[in-house]
Design a protein around this ligand. Structure first.
Ligand code: SAH
Length: 286
């Protein structure tokens, strides 16, 4: 793979100046890429979906370790460059598309049922991607993601902390999130302004059995958690009432909270994942 200077040269010689709108920060250090892959630990028989191929800093070493890589890249200049350079190994298929529009269920159906993803992506699309992963949780196996450190911390935050939010709860309900390694701005070209953290999100195939949580409806849970955190400083009673979910009046919300064993005066960011799931189950019965 290329060094920082090598990447600069390729970009310059091919009119591929890093594009801000595509959030391009290319990895420049072979050892860091190998360390990420070592921690991600894909199996030799895996098919991996790589989101945001760039110049292939991750793609080529990844392809050497697994059966097949399907790369998705939005930048037509980069896709053309790979086609001309023939630099990607035979077990890599490059698809030119916007990953936010990719048909994940179709990709899963074509590749053994469940998706394994790896991505060093623009930080501006990490939230929409995380919600897309949640929407597809039943066909997701795992996702190794390079994230802005602050975003990664939100995914693993505990209740009653500033970082605890919608994604902490929703991911907590169906995944296990591990922090793999911290990566500084010097490992990229151009250098981002923030620190990064690589996380591995493992989707639980059987959350109920594994975590002893009651059954829940993800759509309702999402509406509830988004609604409640929309007013995270209000009391639970007021913030849930304000969501308008199921058109419950204040007294009916009181009733729900009593059934859930939750004090009305608690704040939305104090509830555990299990408490939110239980709450969504009771809402579901209304
Ligand atoms: N993974 C490479 C490139 C990182 S830069 C590396 O680590 O070196 C991020 C890459 O994601 C860029 O190549 C950018 O063009 C691509 N990208 C940005 N938005 C995208 C989107 N919506 N769909 C697909 N690729 C995208």
């Amino acid at each position: 793979m290329y060094t920082r200077q090598g990447i600069r040269d390729v970009l310059e010689n091919n009119q591929l100046a890093p594009k801000k709108k595509f959030g391009q920060n290319f990895l420049v250090n072979q050892q860091i890429v190998q360390a990420i892959l070592h921690r991600a630990n894909p199996a030799p028989e895996d098919t991996i979906i790589e989101l945001g191929v760039g110049l292939g800093s991750m793609t080529i070493p990844l392809a050497a370790r697994v059966k097949k890589v399907i790369g998705i890249e939005i930048d037509s200049g980069l896709v053309r460059w790979h086609a001309e350079e023939h630099d990607l190994p035979d077990n890599v298929t490059l698809i030119h598309e916007d990953l936010l529009k990719s048909d994940f269920p179709l990709l899963a159906a074509q590749n053994g049922g469940r998706l394994k993803i790896i991505a060093n992506l623009p930080y501006s699309i990490s939230n929409p991607l995380l919600f897309k992963l949640l929407d597809n949780k039943d066909i997701m196996d795992s996702a190794v993601l390079m994230l802005q450190k602050e975003v990664a911390e939100r995914l693993i935050a505990a209740p009653s902390t500033k970082a605890y939010g919608v994604l902490s709860v929703l991911l907590g309900a169906c995944t296990t999130v591990e922090s793999l390694m911290k990566i500084g701005p010097e490992q990229f070209h151009p250098r981002p302004k923030v620190d990064s953290l690589v996380v591995k999100i493992t989707f639980n195939p059987l959350p109920k059995q594994l975590k002893q949580l009651p059954d829940y409806d993800m759509k309702l849970l999402k509406a509830l958690v988004k609604g409640a955190f929309g007013q995270r400083r209000k009391t639970l009673l007021n913030s849930l009432h304000a969501t308008g979910i199921k058109n419950l009046g204040k007294d009916e919300v009181r009733q729900v909270l009593a059934e859930a064993g939750l004090a009305e005066s608690r704040r939305p960011d104090q509830l555990t994942v299990a408490e939110y799931i239980n709450l969504s189950r009771i809402y579901g019965e209304k």
